[in-house]
Design a protein around this ligand. Structure first.
Ligand SMILES: [Zn+2]
Ligand SMILES: [Zn+2]
Length: 183
């Protein structure tokens, strides 16, 4: 479905309702590209507001995201809210609009044909938690060999730095202490 809309046509009609499925391969996050597990259902209402054009709606889907600690794929439900106010470019910097800018997601446009796809993507991105966990008590991976500590809770790593290292450190400290006491 095409999410482009001509804001100019709103002079005649009062509001436009767009409802359908957004066609997108994956959600691009800082962590990487996350595939969708469900169709991206979107409903948007575009209406002429007192100032500018108000865009409101919701997006509902689910993505696959690796667990932040152990990288197991996790299903993350997305229930995003779309909210934006489109103002003509020439009104930028006017005091009334500056007030509005503090309240809402304001977008200035010079071309009245705008693509709402970006608004839908934004609404999905903010819904993804900073930390995605496969379970609340996920133990993560062994930092030395990468084995899953959920599957092997009693894992003792043979790649971990040897205990001797810390033992030596204590010996050095003990000797230093002796020296200081002698001196
Ligand atoms: Zn995990
Ligand atoms: Zn290990």
């Amino acid at each position: 479905m095409d999410w482009k809309i001509d804001l100019g046509t709103l002079r005649k009609k009062k509001r436009i309702v767009l409802e359908g499925i957004l066609d997108l391969d994956c959600l691009e996050l800082d962590m990487g590209k996350m595939p969708f597990l469900e169709p991206i259902k979107v409903k948007i209402v575009v209406a002429r507001a007192k100032e500018g054009i108000a865009v409101g709606g919701y997006v509902k889907t689910a993505i696959e995201h690796p667990c932040t600690r152990c990288l197991t794929p996790v299903r993350v439900e997305i229930n995003g809210t779309i909210e934006a106010l489109y103002l003509p470019e020439e009104t930028r910097g006017r005091s009334r609009e500056m007030e509005l800018e503090n309240l809402k997601n304001v977008i200035y446009y010079s071309n009245p044909v705008v693509d709402l796809t970006e608004r839908i993507i934004e609404a999905m991105i903010v819904e993804v938690p900073q930390q995605v966990l496969c379970r609340p008590d996920c133990k993560g991976l062994c930092p030395y060999c990468g084995v899953s500590l959920n599957e092997h809770p009693d894992h003792v790593c043979d790649k971990a730095p040897k205990f001797m290292v810390s033992q030596n450190k204590f010996e050095v400290l003990a000797k230093l202490k002796d020296k200081l006491e002698e001196g």
